[in-house]
Design a protein. Structure first.
Length: 524
């Protein structure tokens, strides 16, 4: 029997399929304005490297230098070499490629070790969740860092599962070295913590052997970073260790609360990471919450000890890769929860391991409580339909939303975004029409599938609709937002902690001050 093109791609070319899907979701949106000032400031480090030719520790015109680990600026500079300048697209390209690589490896890794359908849905959840998308479409190093950490954890799993900790594969220290040179020493500390807890749970190795394996992996991961740190110290002198201490550890351990404690994006709440996860997985957290209603809740009638024994037996009975995923997710979240400095992006490396657990749960809900999936599909379809109708009204100039909103408020912070959105829709760009066609197709697909009895297709259809809604938001709505330029602050003769300096005029796309001016680059 001849299969359809979609079935062929799913069955024969699954990794290629998700890579193409991820590329379609990311690449067209990389040229949008910078969403935050911090993006433009991060890109300036690469522009400084490209202009000065110093790829170790570039200095500004005022003599100050950047102290951030160099992998992200290196890749931005490398991608910018052919055109001779750093643009929005080339500064975001490393993050986009990192996400595409991560998605492909997540499917390949879990697809070989669990039900393939679960692995496939898990990758689709990752592609459509906003936190992963946001990290893959910005000039920050968070997506690169998460990719190195997740791939390193996968290689640690393979090291234990296939080689029983014999002979350290060279790919492990290489990945962790890249993680260290991307965001600091947490790139090796957190993965080794996960691996340590996982090995203890296995009860397969003695404690001395576990510690020996961790030391081999940790020490070997320091060789490459030490080369850069030594070269940077040679250029930066005695000031450089202070910058590394604050940059690598200050944001996590709050070593300089005066600079980082009140910085945007940093909080001190134990519940912060759990709220970040709920928001980061939208709309799939909505489906999870829907599934809790109507569930049969009853007291187990057992003692606490019996309940804990049952939970332990269940944990030990599940697939080995699921146990590893639970340990990885819990340890990563716990590590960043107990520390004083927090950002939602710190727990980005936990998302792939959570997604495989969510995929299994959603498949169970779809197969056993189909009403939940259908209600969720109805809510999502209603939301998409409202967005589609509003978009059509703005594209056809049938309704003047600017005049309507202006009749209720004169607040410029509200009127400007509305004008930006309506202007983007009214431009009549061909990309806008293609995205609107995709959104309409996904709405029709969900409505059609809800009339059928194959519930799993409803789940796939809602994933398609979420994908199209993301294209709608990132490709049209957010296109007019962001910053074409960034503010300038004159720096002193000393390097300020947690801040990196670079001349603004090194990015031709961004208007800036004369060449002798400098600015503060402060990652958000």
């Amino acid at each position: 029997m001849r299969t359809s093109a979609l079935q062929y791609l799913y069955l024969q070319k699954p990794v290629s399929s998700v890579i193409i899907i991820c590329a379609i979701a990311l690449l067209p949106c990389l040229g949008n304005n910078f969403y935050t000032k911090g993006e433009a400031l991060e890109a300036s480090v690469a522009a400084l490297m490209l202009e000065s030719g110093n790829w170790i520790l570039p200095k500004t015109a005022s003599g100050e230098f950047t102290g951030k680990p160099p992998v992200a600026p290196w890749l931005m500079t490398l991608f910018s070499l052919p055109q001779g300048h750093v643009s929005k697209f080339t500064s975001r390209l490393p993050s986009a490629i990192a996400q595409i690589v991560l998605i492909g490896f997540v499917l390949a890794f879990f697809g070989k070790r669990t039900r393939f359908q679960e692995a496939f849905i898990a990758t689709l959840l990752l592609i459509t969740c906003p936190e992963i998308r946001r990290a893959g479409m910005t000039a920050y190093a968070d997506m690169l860092f998460a990719t190195f950490v997740v791939l390193g954890l996968m290689q640690l799993y393979r090291w234990e599962n296939k080689l029983d900790l014999k002979g350290l594969p060279v790919i492990i220290p290489v990945l962790f070295s890249c993680a260290i040179l991307t965001e600091g020493f947490t790139g090796v500390v957190v993965p080794l913590l996960v691996f340590f807890v996982y090995l203890l749970i296995l009860r397969k190795y003695s404690l001395p052997k576990i510690i020996k394996a961790l030391l081999y992996a940790g020490i070997s991961s320091m060789f490459i970073p030490v080369i850069w740190y030594a070269a940077a110290y040679k250029q930066g002198g005695y000031v450089f260790p202070d910058i590394i201490l604050t940059g690598d550890f200050g944001r996590l351990f709050d070593l300089n609360p005066g600079d980082t404690g009140n910085a945007p994006g940093y909080v001190k709440s134990v519940l912060y990471n759990f709220g970040a996860l709920l928001c980061g997985f939208i709309p799939w957290t909505v489906l999870f919450i829907f599934s809790l209603f109507g569930a049969k809740w009853r007291m187990p009638g057992k003692s606490f000890r019996q309940i804990m024994n049952d939970a332990r037996n269940w944990f030990l009975s599940i697939e080995k890769v699921k146990r590893f995923s639970i340990v990885a997710a819990v340890c990563i979240i716990f590590f960043h929860t107990v520390l004083p400095g927090e950002r939602s992006m710190y727990i980005l490396s936990a998302y792939p391991f959570i997604s495989i657990l969510l995929a299994r749960y959603f498949i169970y809900i779809t197969e056993n409580r189909s009403k939940v999936t259908r209600i969720f599909a109805f809510v999502l379809t209603t939301t998409a339909s409202i967005a589609f109708v509003a978009g059509i009204l703005m594209m056809t100039h049938a309704v003047d939303f600017n005049a309507i909103i202006a009749g209720y408020t004169t607040n410029a912070s509200i009127l400007r975004p509305v004008e930006s959105i309506t202007g983007t829709f009214a431009s009549g760009h061909v990309i806008n029409r293609i995205i609107m066609a995709f959104l309409l197709t996904s709405i029709i697909t969900v409505i059609y599938q809800t009339t059928k009895r194959i519930n799993i297709k409803i789940l796939y259809a809602t994933i398609l609709m979420t994908f199209c809604l993301n294209l709608f938001i990132d490709g049209i709505v957010m296109k007019g937002f962001g910053y074409d330029s960034f503010p300038v602050e004159q720096t002193g003769h000393h390097l300020k902690t947690e801040k990196y300096c670079s001349p603004t005029n090194l990015i031709p796309e961004l208007p800036g001050p004369p060449a002798d001016a400098s600015m503060i680059i402060s990652p958000v």
